[in-house]
Ligand binder design. Structure first.
Ligand SMILES: NC(=O)c1ccc[n+]([C@@H]2O[C@H](COP(=O)([O-])OP(=O)(O)OC[C@H]3O[C@@H](n4cnc5c(N)ncnc54)[C@H](O)[C@@H]3O)[C@@H](O)[C@H]2O)c1
Length: 433
């Protein structure tokens, strides 16, 4: 079967289950390469939005999506019986943690249940959700083979980690190398051939486990290094040295150093969660992942640390946090995006509320958010708001905010992102992480 040819002539479709931050950009990349894509989701509002050509994901522009929809290259559906039209099916559903911080693979299981219900000979299934090593061959493979069909013969199965970096305009789905590892060599070969057509570079590996582990290595590497630099920020505070200056200077070394930056905690759907998927798997093998544990503990403590620093700063100015108004600048977990999942700014807001502060926020990307029982709306960033706050807490360094103006108008500023480092007239008013 010529997969690429059929996906281009439209006799077969590329199905993507889950049309979120990962699934919709992937749909766009394959459709832009001329392949016919069906985006499956259980959320009808997303599907309707796709079919109107209106994007709800920052990295996908409606002016790009609409022509692809109009040409019939992308359609959205909640009807999973359409899976029979697909020769390749990618799974991009969420993989959160359960309350006990264990992997929650129920979304993957639900997607697999639909695939199994409609499984066709020759179909290629590619799991892209981030998960623990072994999910593809221990969970997905036996479930799919319960149908009586054989992997590598009747259907093909591979894992390919999604590496999209929301908000990154330089590296997109198309030009970020794609890792693929199949259950059999034939699975790897076919999946590689299809992805290679639409994406700039595909890097095959010899097993699904290696592919699963690539993603967990990358994200554990980030979580551990961020944990280290967060600890370094605390060390620098003890030594009365500016951590940001030390990082900038260290960066001048042209080899053997890679900069990471501290912050009020670790956010997003990936970096705080993925290492715990790996840790969970290792615990089942009676192995303790110590670096992951330590980084998790340091990173999880950062919201507490910065709130303590805020209390100290207020105290120096004769104020108690209780009853103070704190304006949080930036609720998203990182700059210039609208995603608040696991955002440390939410943890900081929760702690501030618990300590009796009156919390307001401004984030042009996040019109509203919820912190425990508090339904918060982003306030307009004006003089009255900034002057009226006892302290401005910079949690996320969105561009589009005039930080000099904030410093000029604020009573006190606590800056966790070094947005004020280069500014004039910060002395006395501004404390930095
Ligand atoms: N967001 C990122 O930056 C990023 C980066 C790399 C990898 N990932 C991984 O990719 C996966 C997806 O993440 P995301 O950020 O796109 O999540 P998301 O929540 O933005 O999107 C997931 C989508 O799946 C849909 N969905 C849930 N259950 C479904 C089902 N049974 N059938 C069909 N659709 C279903 C949801 O309605 C939602 O639209 C996760 O495993 C995540 O760890 C995310």
């Amino acid at each position: 079967m010529d997969y690429v040819k059929q996906l281009i002539d439209g006799s077969k479709k590329f199905g993507i289950i889950g049309q979120g931050y990962v699934g919709l950009p992937l749909a766009e990349a394959f459709a832009e390469a001329g392949m016919h894509v069906i985006g499956f989701d259980i959320d009808k509002t997303k599907v309707d939005s796709i079919n109107r050509g209106e994007s709800y994901i920052g990295d996908v522009k409606s002016e790009n999506l609409k022509p692809l929809v109009d040409k019939g290259l992308i359609e959205g559906t909640t009807d999973f019986s359409r899976l029979v039209d697909c020769s390749v099916i990618s799974i991009c559903v969420p993989t959160p943690l359960s309350k006990s911080k264990d992997p929650d693979v129920t979304y993957i299981e639900a997607a697999l249940a639909e695939i199994i219900r409609h499984l066709q000979k020759g179909q290629v299934i590619v799991l892209e959700s981030t998960t623990y090593p072994g999910t593809t061959d221990e969970l997905a493979l036996p479930l799919l083979e319960e149908t009586g069909m054989k992997c590598g013969q009747d259907f093909h199965l591979a894992f390919s980690p999604e590496r999209v970096d929301p908000g990154n305009v330089r590296y997109t789905v198309k030009n970020t190398p794609k890792i693929i590892g199949g259950v059999t060599e034939e699975c790897t070969r076919i999946a590689t051939e299809v992805y290679d057509y639409a994406l700039e570079h595909v890097h095959p590996v010899t097993s699904t486990r290696a592919a699963e582990l690539v993603k967990l290595l990358e994200n554990s590497f980030r979580a551990i290094n961020i944990g280290f630099i967060n600890e370094m920020a605390m060390i620098c505070e003890k030594l009365d040295v500016d951590v940001w200056e030390v990082i900038e200077a260290s960066k001048t070394k042209p080899f053997g150093f890679m900069p990471f930056y501290p912050g009020p905690g670790l956010g997003g759907h990936c970096i705080p969660i993925d290492p715990l998927y790996l840790k969970w798997k290792l615990t089942s093998l009676d192995f303790k992942a110590q670096f992951i544990d330590l980084a998790d503990s340091i990173n999880s403590n950062m919201p507490h640390y910065v709130v303590t620093r805020v209390m100290e700063q207020l105290n120096e100015h004769g104020k108690a946090l209780k009853g103070c108004r704190v304006l949080i600048l930036g609720m998203a977990y990182k700059e210039n995006i609208d995603d608040v999942r696991e955002s440390p700014a939410l943890d900081v807001a929760k702690l501030l509320f618990e300590k009796g502060a009156d919390v307001v926020y401004h984030d042009a990307h996040v019109p509203h958010c919820r912190v425990e029982e508090h339904n918060l709306q982003s306030s307009e960033l004006n003089e009255e708001l900034v002057k009226g706050a006892d302290l401005v807490f910079i949690a996320t360094g969105h561009s589009g905010v005039d930080y000099q103006w904030v410093v000029d108008n604020a009573q006190l500023v606590f800056d966790t992102k070094n947005m004020t480092g280069h500014l004039d007239r910060t002395a006395g008013k501004v404390a930095k992480l």
